[in-house]
Ligand binder design. Structure first.
Ligand SMILES: Nc1ncnc2c1ncn2[C@@H]1O[C@H](COP(=O)(O)OP(=O)(O)OP(=O)(O)O)[C@@H](O)[C@H]1O
Length: 210
């Protein structure tokens, strides 16, 4: 690996905004040169999660994440080192967590709802991207995804959206939109923004390997 410092791009946005889809579309565009790290892989175990006034787990708080571990792994990547950790299985006991190896790369994509809120992570980020969509669209997407991919029922998703997801969004996520370098509107599709960012990332890979 060269002496250059990897370039760190942070991708955030509310739940259902499409940031994971945007990140995956970016990664698929590169055979090499790009690595990614996701806040979702740093949830604390269920027994350490906060419970709300009705006794329901709230996984949408900054405290839900082992952010010290997340920050130290991002710091290692920012210094050009590999990182090894276990994937998060959304507390599904039927899934055996895989070991994830994140290889050092010229461009590191970091994704998650609180990445601009956690200071130790935010200060490592060179380019801040905020993926944005209207609230009713985010809710529709979350309802569909959680039913199809995670088997949650609609009442449960609506309860979480009103009591956990939106309060957190308003307090910890949306205030960072005005400090983002790029806001990607994703009410319908993000094709043009994706092309712009792909070209930018390619230029960073080229600079790194010169
Ligand atoms: N432009 C789009 N058109 C159609 N479906 C979309 C679009 N963007 C995202 N989706 C879908 O909406 C759902 C939520 O998107 P995604 O998982 O990327 O959101 P997220 O911001 O990462 O949410 P979370 O923080 O809850 O994980 C997914 O099923 C995704 O495929």
């Amino acid at each position: 690996m060269s002496e250059n410092k990897p370039y760190i791009i942070g991708i955030t946005g509310g739940s259902g905004s499409g940031k994971t889809r945007f990140l995956r579309s970016l990664i698929e565009s590169f055979d090499s040169g790009v690595a990614s790290i996701s806040q979702d892989d740093y949830y604390r175990p269920r027994e350490h999660q906060l419970v709300d006034k009705n006794g329901e787990f709230n996984f949408d708080r900054p405290e839900s994440i082992d952010y010290e571990h997340f920050a130290s792994d991002l710091l290692a990547l920012s210094k050009g080192n590999d990182v090894e950790k276990q994937e998060y299985t959304f507390n599904n006991p039927n899934i055996q967590p895989k070991n994830i190896l994140i290889k050092a790369a010229p461009v590191i994509l970091v994704e998650g709802i609180f990445i601009f809120h956690y200071q130790k992570i935010s200060e490592l980020i060179d380019l801040k991207v905020f993926v944005d969509a209207k609230d009713y669209i985010k809710l529709q997407r979350r309802l569909t995804r959680d039913r199809v991919e995670r088997g949650y029922d609609a009442d449960d998703v609506l309860y979480k959206y009103e009591n956990h997801i939106m309060p957190s969004y308003q307090k910890y996520i949306e205030p960072h939109k005005e400090h983002a370098d790029i806001v990607v509107p994703n009410n319908t599709d993000f094709g043009v923004a994706l092309d712009v960012l792909k070209a930018f990332i390619q230029s960073k890979i080229n600079e790194y390997t010169v």
